[in-house]
Design a protein around this ligand. Structure first.
Ligand code: SF4
Ligand code: F3S
Length: 112
């Protein structure tokens, strides 16, 4: 049962999470990260590191769509293991609801 990145990562992308993952299973999109569900070992250390509280265990109810999105884009986007600056609009977008519908980008990020 992996952890998943959820809505509030979008347009924040703080990247603190990637520094602590022991198996380097974060993948970078243009404006959010995802976790590869087959690589995540469910250690939980990334969850408290996210300033946007966007990382959740998939045992929480209602996260099916996020599990699917993480699985899909972890196969398409490049791996990221080193922290980089958050997006310039991160503070402004932290806590904005329903970012998936309004702001999600399928474009890949740059990765490491
Ligand atoms: Fe990586 Fe552990 Fe977070 Fe999974 S729960 S993404 S293995 S830090
Ligand atoms: Fe996103 Fe939080 Fe990581 S905002 S990039 S999940 S630290």
């Amino acid at each position: 049962m992996p952890y998943v990145v959820t809505d509030n990562c979008i347009r924040c992308k703080y990247t603190d999470c990637v520094e602590v993952c022991p198996v380097d299973c974060f993948y970078e999109g243009d404006n959010m990260l995802v976790i590869h569900p087959d690589e995540c070992i469910d250690c939980g250390v990334c969850e408290p590191e996210c300033p946007a509280e966007a990382i959740k265990p998939d045992t929480e109810p209602g996260l099916e769509k996020w599990l699917k999105l993480n699985a899909e884009y972890a196969e398409k986007w490049p791996n990221i293991t080193v922290r980089k600056d958050p997006l310039p609009e991160a503070k402004e977008f932290d806590g904005v609801p329903n970012k998936l519908e309004a702001h999600f980008s399928e474009k890949p990020g740059e990765g490491d």
